[in-house]
Design a protein around this ligand. Structure first.
Ligand SMILES: Nc1ncnc2c1ncn2[C@@H]1O[C@H](COP(=O)(O)OP(=O)(O)OP(=O)(O)O)[C@@H](O)[C@H]1O
Ligand SMILES: Cc1ncsc1CCO
Ligand SMILES: [Mg+2]
Length: 305
């Protein structure tokens, strides 16, 4: 087996610069590169999602590590190829670890990716997200309601003194919990503006997954509605984005779109064998593990919007 531990600080080598410029070509090149390089992805994620996130990363060929102690971050984060931060079950004691890891990732030139679960559901959550956004994630992926809350929070923040207080009053009606009350297409303008404000690539998941860097906007039309009936599929696709960005760190916009598409197409094929959410979860993981170039070329559906 190839020894990937020799030089863990280096980003995995890739052939991404040589790939075809078509979206299916890029998607296959990214997946193949993840399989070959097996990037180490540090995941600071919520308790609900840990199992599915780790299994999706393994099925794609990446190497997940759920390491979140503040005592380990200075030593461990520099050895990773990307960091994934998800605030789903956030408590005050976890936030310093998330911020420290993001800072270390930045200091070491590692990409990091944020999943702002239920961003507007409380002032505490929104304030935490705004603080994390200031640490410049390469990519932010949320559902429609989360991205709309982040945009409103980011644009109103400068005119308010107490982020924790104002946020909940303004955004309580956007949320009922972690599930979105909005279609992704409702959030296109919010996503574009958020990308311009933060400098991050912003992705909004839904029937069409939208990806923008503030200028360009693409839609990935893979996926099945049943994914919404499996908890943490959003968390898992954000982790997959981190793995794809790890192997193509200079092109987070492209890597985000292809990760969303590959996850969605694995669900489409998995759905042909599934009887419901529980068996879709299993077939999704199996399909992701077995995807080949022909399937990826035939089913990837990404286009400019
Ligand atoms: N109506 C839909 N049709 C097809 N695919 C969908 C649909 N809605 C969501 N998806 C897909 O489901 C996955 C999860 O997206 P979703 O928007 O549900 O994330 P989320 O709300 O953050 O989920 P969670 O918080 O449970 O992790 C994505 O891959 C997305 O493309
Ligand atoms: C259900 C749930 N609650 C907090 S995080 C999480 C997983 C989906 O985001
Ligand atoms: Mg989510």
């Amino acid at each position: 087996m190839e020894d990937k531990t020799q030089n863990p600080q280096e980003q995995p080598s890739s052939n991404i610069t040589e790939i075809s410029e078509s979206w299916p070509g890029r998607a296959w090149a990214h997946l193949e590169s993840v399989r070959r390089a097996s990037p180490l992805i540090q995941c600071i994620t919520n308790f609900v999602s840990m199992d599915l996130v780790a299994n999706v990363l393994l099925a794609a060929g990446a190497s997940p590590a759920m390491i979140h102690s503040i005592h380990e971050i200075p030593e461990f984060t520099p050895k990773t190829h990307a960091l994934y931060v998800n605030i789903g079950t956030l408590t005050p004691d976890w936030l310093p670890a998330m911020k420290m890891a993001a800072q270390v990732a930045n200091d070491c030139n590692k990409p990091w990716v944020l999943d702002p679960v239920a961003a507007g559901a409380s002032g505490f959550r929104l304030k935490a997200c705004l603080e994390l956004l200031k640490l410049r994630p390469s990519v932010v992926r949320g559902n429609g309601s989360e991205i709309m809350a982040l945009f409103k929070g980011s644009s109103d923040e400068n005119s308010k003194t107490d982020a924790a207080g104002f946020a909940f009053l303004i955004f309580a009606n956007l949320f009922q919990g972690v599930d979105s009350l909005h279609d992704s297409t409702d959030a296109v303008e919010a996503a574009k503006s958020l990308a311009q404000i933060t400098g991050s690539v912003v992705a909004v998941s839904g029937a069409v997954d939208i990806v923008t860097d503030g200028q360009r906007v693409v839609g990935a039309r893979n996926g099945v509605a049943m994914l919404q009936k499996i908890t943490a599929t959003g968390c898992s696709v954000t982790a997959l984005i981190a793995a794809f960005v790890a192997v193509d760190p200079l092109r987070p916009f492209e890597a985000t779109a292809t990760a969303l598409s590959v996850f969605g197409l694995a669900a489409e094929i998995g759905m042909e064998m599934a009887k419901g959410p529980a068996s879709l979860r299993m077939h999704l993981i199996d399909t992701l593990h077995g995807l080949d170039q022909d399937i990826v070329h035939r089913i990837v559906n990404i286009s400019h919007m």
